[in-house]
Design a protein around this ligand. Structure first.
Ligand code: DPP
Ligand code: ZN
Length: 875
């Protein structure tokens, strides 16, 4: 398998101006005729270069150049390309191919899902539809004709505007679509099938009417309203926040059950994993509602950050993804509680991106090389990439950042560009030198900030010394210092925010400041301080770094109750919980008695009874760090001790605070029927968290409360809030609840995914057996990515203690599934490898067992590129 390097980029030898595609659609055999107007893009005086088109899994039927059929011998064709050795300066190429959507289990290119045919072309799926220069810097105007059987395929959709439709002989019909915007092939889309839609219209800021349509299978027609409303909110938000208006007459979203990713931003025709479209109060949780709003927003925002301005090459993926993640995070923050959203984003970064950045798969936000680009749709490119954009906003300030965005759109609309162009626009608008900042794109690894301080009573000065370092990552043994915004404040012992005046300044400026770190070590001296302050550091998580400062318990208490920054308040509690649990882990490992400190229970009680706090925030503050986050804090991960220690804390909280938890739970009880937007999601979260603590303590009363809630719930959030703790409870009620949940929801794929997941993440010791049995369940289907994620993914990535069973059974299970998936869907197979990439972090027994499975995977003949790359790099 060949490695592609960023430094080898060359401009395309040929460009395509227009693409005319015509499809005779059928699941078994689809005939595709492509007419490409091509012109040469290289200096031909030094010799004419061949035209090489990408193509995979295609049957070539005929090939014409300027209307003349080419003889065999006038071109070369193999399993990945079609080449013309000596084409003219400008010409029309007509290629006829045949494909088989039904056979396409990789779900890349044109494939069948339920009653429809649909496409996924990012990153390199278009080459599985027809021969093409399948790279994002070849942008063309597309016209698409679709023909299909009218009865089985009444709806025919493609990008852009519908220009013509009508009937054909033999019960067939056709539609012609034209997309006036030049686009790269990865944004091409076609959907055809038996679908219904709901519609509305949106009036843009300049007064244009846009028709909005959501297409689903008939049975899902009443589950689209939330997606449609979310889309309208996203459109308005992008106008208000970024001055960006939609540019076509229609915007279509199609929900598809079989989908590798979350969703795809194809121009004017988004294709979505149905889990990010479909919602009803009975079947979707509050989290589902939020995720739908966020993903709908994300794909919509791509229309400007991704589609109007796209990537020159796939190394620049974060140009569109990091930026669009940042935009969707901001959108969601504006639609809900900003602090809670920020905390959720930080948690997901720390639990998934930090470990990736510390693993053999660590790569920069702009990778230097890849074997299979699909493997780089990663937490790093997306979410660390989003943090990088956020840091730019912090460094420049909101106003200059917005000016930088405007400048970027103004300069590069219609182009395929690099990250450099984006950062240059920011540098120009903000009049800043961002050359050192670019290291965030090119150096991998999570930086560590070590902060020390010194207070001098003699002159009231306080000095912060900040040292930065970054661990080695593959190919990058040494790192240069990053340009890091460290947002901070200082508190006095009563918790008041102190005015901040740096030595040399004539007066204090504010109580929260951005310190800019550029050197390995920086010092900042504040003046005018009557007592030693408590530093509030990394407010709002101003940079994707780890931070060490020797806080005392009193400092943390003070920050937790008094800091003006909600992230710091939450983080202070997490630091305390991590300290406590790591101590308990050490006790367990050395056979000492493990006991939860009284002071911890006290501060938990205080929080629980604090009426002033927002419920959603409180729920976050009362949630213990996850087992996987705790694992990250250990030299050698001990999954059993982590689980035991964390459970001990949960059970102790449940026992000692039974009355408080019960009262808090009752205080959050619903007083009206559920509405997803009733603003009470935080209440439900807190209520269900309290229930889970009560269940951790055990006892029939808690089980009874769980069953009562399970039976009376009028919404999925409360139903799962009860089912989740029951699934980890060794009691007869568990089977009763799981069975009745299945009976109630069989036939609803999204909900049955949840049913699989909750069994897969059950902490009961028999979970491995349960998962093996579920593999044989009639509803399990290895060809459906959501189902694979709901069982195989949930068990291996969401159940640390059971997956990492010292016997190695979990590992064998996972490699078995990866090898089965390898032949079905390489992208999904590769996604499932993640847990193995962390093998070095465990004890030698587990290391050996995981390594053996990786070696077994690598020894498999016919290993897909996707799987090969991750397995090889992991070893
Ligand atoms: N569909 C994926 C996303 O929106 C890839 N572009 O992030
Ligand atoms: Zn995206």
């Amino acid at each position: 398998h060949q490695t592609i390097h960023q430094k080898d980029y060359k401009v395309p030898d040929y460009l395509v101006d227009t693409v005319e595609l015509s499809f005779d659609l059928s699941p078994e055999h689809t005939r595709v005729v492509s007419r490409l107007a091509i012109h040469s893009n290289h200096d031909r005086s030094g010799g004419v270069r061949p035209l090489v088109l990408d193509g995979e899994e295609l049957t070539l039927l005929s090939l014409k150049l300027d209307g003349v059929e080419l003889e065999q011998g006038a071109y070369r064709v193999d399993g990945t390309s079609l080449a013309l050795p000596d084409p003219p300066e400008q010409f029309l190429l007509e290629v006829e191919t045949r494909i088989s959507p039904k056979e396409n289990s990789a779900l890349s290119g044109l494939y069948a899902s339920g009653p429809m045919l649909c496409t996924q072309c990012e990153a390199e799926g278009f080459r599985r539809i027809t021969y093409f220069t399948d790279r994002p810097d070849v942008m063309a105007v597309y016209t698409v004709t679709l023909r299909a059987d009218k009865a089985s395929c009444p709806v025919l959709l493609a990008n852009g505007n519908l220009v013509e439709k009508g009937d054909l002989p033999d019960g067939r019909h056709f539609a012609v679509w034209h997309d006036p915007f030049k686009k790269p092939s990865y944004l091409f889309a076609v959907v055809a099938g038996e679908l219904v839609h709901i519609a509305d219209s949106f009036t843009t800021m300049s007064g244009r009417q846009v028709r909005l349509e959501i297409y689903v299978e008939e049975r899902n027609k009443d589950k689209c309203e939330h997606a449609l409303r979310s889309l309208m909110r996203a459109m308005r938000w992008d106008e208000e926040q970024f001055g960006r208006e939609y540019d076509l007459d229609t915007y279509m979203v199609v929900a598809v059950d079989d989908f590798n990713m979350g969703a795809m931003e194809n121009k004017g025709l988004n294709v979505f994993n149905s889990r990010y479209v479909l919602a009803s109060p009975e079947s979707a949780t509050d989290d589902d509602y939020q995720a739908i709003e966020e993903v709908i927003g994300h794909e919509y925002f791509h229309n400007w950050t991704g589609n109007r301005i796209t990537c020159r090459d796939w190394f620049q993926l974060s140009l569109k993804e990091g930026l669009t993640i940042f935009r969707d995070q901001e959108f969601s923050a504006d639609m809900q509680s900003r602090p809670v959203k920020r905390i959720a984003d930080v948690k997901s970064l720390r639990s998934a991106q930090f470990p990736e950045d510390a693993s053999p798969l660590a790569h920069p936000v702009r990778p230097e090389s890849y074997v299979e680009i699909n493997n780089f749709y990663s937490m790093t490119v997306y979410h660390k990439g989003g943090e990088v954009i956020r840091m730019l906003q912090t460094l420049l300030g909101r106003e200059a950042f917005r000016a930088g965005m405007d400048l970027y759109f103004e300069r590069h609309d219609g182009q395929a560009v690099r990250v450099d162009e984006f950062v240059q626009a920011m540098a120009d608008a903000g009049r800043r030198d961002l050359s050192q900042f670019m290291l965030w794109y090119d150096q991998a690894g999570t930086p560590l900030l070590t902060v020390r301080d010194d207070y001098r009573a003699e002159d009231g000065s306080y000095t912060l010394t900040v040292a930065q370092s970054c661990p080695s990552t593959p190919g990058q043994p040494e790192k240069k210092p990053f340009h890091i915004p460290l947002v901070m404040g200082l508190l006095d012992r009563e918790g008041n925010e102190l005015p901040l005046q740096l030595a040399g300044e004539t007066e204090p400026a504010g109580t929260s400041r951005v310190l800019e770190l550029r050197q390995e070590t920086e010092t900042f001296t504040f003046t005018g301080l009557g007592e030693r302050p408590v530093p509030s550091l990394l407010r709002n998580f101003s940079a994707p770094v780890k931070l060490e400062y020797p806080y005392s318990d009193e400092d943390l208490d003070l920050l937790m109750t008094s800091d003006s920054d909600p992230f710091v308040r939450w983080e202070a509690g997490q630091v305390q919980a991590v300290k406590l649990i790591l101590g308990l882990i050490a006790d367990i490992q050395s056979g000492r008695e493990a006991r939860v400190k009284e002071s911890f229970i006290d501060s938990f009680r205080r929080l629980l009874c604090d009426d002033r706090q927002d419920r959603a925030f409180l729920a976050e503050a009362l949630t213990l760090p996850t087992e996987s986050y705790l694992a990250e804090q250990m030299q050698v991960i001990d999954p059993d001790a982590i689980y035991q220690a964390r459970e001990l804390v949960r059970a102790t909280v449940g026992e000692r605070l039974t009355a408080e938890l019960t009262a808090a739970r009752e205080g959050c009880a619903a007083r009206a029927p559920y509405r997803p937007d009733d603003g009470l999601a935080g209440c439900r979260r807190l209520k269900n968290l309290c229930l889970s603590y009560l269940m951790a303590a055990g006892g029939q009363e808690a089980i009874g409360a769980c069953m009562a809630q399970f039976k009376s719930a009028d919404n999925m959030t409360d139903s799962l809030g009860a089912l989740a703790p029951l699934a980890s409870c060794a009691c007869p009620e568990r089977e009763e609840a799981l069975a009745s949940f299945y009976e109630r929801w069989r036939g609803d794929r999204g909900v049955i995914d949840k049913w699989f997941t909750h069994q897969a993440i059950s902490r009961l010791p028999d979970t491995m057996d349960r998962v093996l049995a579920l593999l044989e369940h009639p509803d399990f289907d290895l060809r459906n990515p959501n189902r694979v994620r709901s069982l195989v993914g949930a068990f291996s990535q969401g159940n640390q203690v059971r997956f990492h069973d010292a016997s190695g059974r979990g590992y064998r299970f996972l490699s078995d599934q990866i090898l089965r998936l390898n032949g079905i869907n390489p992208q999904i197979a590769a996604r499932m490898l993640t847990p193995f990439s962390r093998w070095r972090r465990f004890d030698s027994n587990r290391q050996g067992l995981m390594k053996k499975e990786l070696e077994r995977i690598l020894a498999e003949p016919g290993l897909a590129r996707d799987v090969y790359e991750l397995a090889a790099k992991s070893l």
